[in-house]
Design a protein around this ligand. Structure first.
Ligand code: SAH
Ligand code: SF4
Length: 419
């Protein structure tokens, strides 16, 4: 087990730049827009008729296939149009304020996004990159904060909330590819841990960062369509997973429109307990949620629905809970992801003991479900599930060290057992 290196947090913006946070951007950025958005931007500067379509596809290729950062490099775009683009638009990305690199190679970026309407504040969001040898998973946010208040989740304690625009959701992937050198002809930063299987460094996306994606379903769906475009970012629907705490009326729609994989934050097997852990359960109880799963258009035995289950000591981790979980999921093509609870300052839960997680996992496994225990990643930089929170509750080094010493032990046990 490597020693944890707390000094690894790298602020990449100087304080002077951080001072200008309230200004509106002078020109809008085209990064993250879908084809309709690019078309509108071109029309606004006088491009009309047949030419528009051709120009949209040129911009599309430069932004999403090659990661262009300037209009000047767009060599197949006419000089005249390039000048007009420079004058009216930018290719700015959300600004990375802090990059943290965990001892396990996980990277967390705190990004600052400009107001989407005049008068609004700038916001901060977090995006996490989790590499393994054969895949690079990017955990993206769909909202600033979350309006839901799951009792074990740090994001749920954040007061300030706004939906991210579709472009802001897409831009998180662009930033990750920039920082990892994941564009044609580029190299990863020295010493970075990235997959070595010859594929893209960002190969998988999980909507498991800040926010409830299905409370921002229009923008999330629009963003997913940009991600899935095979002439652009070229992600596969099988490699994108949307996690929801159970917004039942939206589940079928997002499945039909995008075909992405689904994850459900279940966490409890009785309505009484789930009402407490995931208060949205009071509106959409377990039976309704599981019905929506049975009807999920993009699920099959080959593409199972993931049920996430956070292991909370003495709360939801009994043998009876495990047996009931198996009964509940009967008939649904499912896999069960047991997530060791990740602590955060002020949280009232503890992670289940490792022996209990093993017993729980065995029952689920014996019933025929794959039941991996998710290895906590990036705990030393508070990048693990449910630890994200912006407006940044800056932890003192001592608080982080306290969280970590427990995390270190848990991570060690978890790593010896999974993946
Ligand atoms: N809002 C969505 C997606 C973001 S949360 C949802 O709830 O599904 C991503 C996953 O992390 C969810 O399964 C969530 O329940 C889990 N999670 C939240 N807080 C956690 C914590 N402290 N420890 C472990 N998992 C947590
Ligand atoms: Fe929101 Fe998901 Fe956290 Fe619940 S677990 S508060 S839905 S981000």
């Amino acid at each position: 087990m490597p020693t944890l290196d707390l000094a690894n947090a790298k602020p990449v913006v100087k304080p002077a730049a951080a001072a200008a946070v309230h200004a509106l951007p002078a020109k809008p950025s085209l990064v993250g827009l879908d084809r309709a958005g690019l078309k509108a931007a071109l029309e606004a500067i006088g491009i009309e008729g047949k030419e528009t379509r051709m120009r949209v596809s040129q911009l599309w290729g430069w932004i999403y296939q090659r990661g262009a950062k300037t209009f000047e490099e767009m060599s197949n775009v006419s000089k005249h149009l390039r000048a007009a683009l420079v004058e009216n638009y930018t290719l700015d990305r959300p600004e990375v304020v802090v990059e943290q690199v965990s001892v396990d190679g996980t990277r967390k970026w705190l990004m600052r996004i400009p107001p989407s309407i005049a008068g609004e504040k700038w916001h901060e969001i977090e995006t996490v990159y989790i590499p393994t040898r054969d895949r690079g998973t990017l955990c993206i946010s769909s909202q600033v904060g979350c309006t839901l208040t799951c009792s074990f989740c740090h994001t749920g304690t954040q007061k300030l909330v706004r939906n991210l625009t579709a472009a802001e959701i897409v831009a998180q992937i662009i930033v990750a590819r920039d920082r990892l050198g994941d564009w044609p002809g580029q190299q990863p930063p020295e010493g970075a841990f990235v997959p070595d299987d010859g594929g893209r460094f960002v190969s998988n996306i999980v909507l498991m960062g800040m926010g409830e994606p299905l409370y921002n379903v229009e923008n999330v769906t629009a963003a997913l369509k940009v991600l899935l475009d095979q002439d652009g970012l070229q992600l596969s629907k099988r490699r994108i997973t949307l996690s929801t705490s159970g917004v039942v009326p939206e589940i079928g729609r997002v499945g039909a429109e995008t075909g992405v994989s689904l994850a459900i934050s279940l966490h409890a097997v009785t309505d009484d307990l789930r009402d407490e852990l995931v208060p949205l359960n009071r509106k959409y109880p377990i039976a309704d949620l599981l019905d929506a799963c049975r009807n999920y258009p993009a699920a099959s035995n080959a593409r199972r629905i993931t049920f996430e289950y956070v292991m909370l000591k003495g709360v939801n981790d009994s043998i009876d809970d495990a047996k009931r979980l198996v009964r509940l999921l009967k008939g649904i093509p499912a896999k069960i992801n047991l997530i060791p609870f990740n602590p955060w300052p002020g949280s009232k839960y503890e992670c289940s003991d490792w022996e209990q997680i093993e017993r729980f996992s065995e029952i689920v496994f014996d019933a025929g479900y794959s039941s991996p225990v998710r290895t906590p990643r990036g705990r030393d930089i508070l990048a693990a599930c449910g630890q994200l929170k912006s407006e940044t509750e800056k932890l003192r080094a001592k608080e982080r060290a306290e969280l970590m010493s427990k995390a270190e032990q848990d991570a060690f046990r978890a790593m010896s057992m999974v993946d």
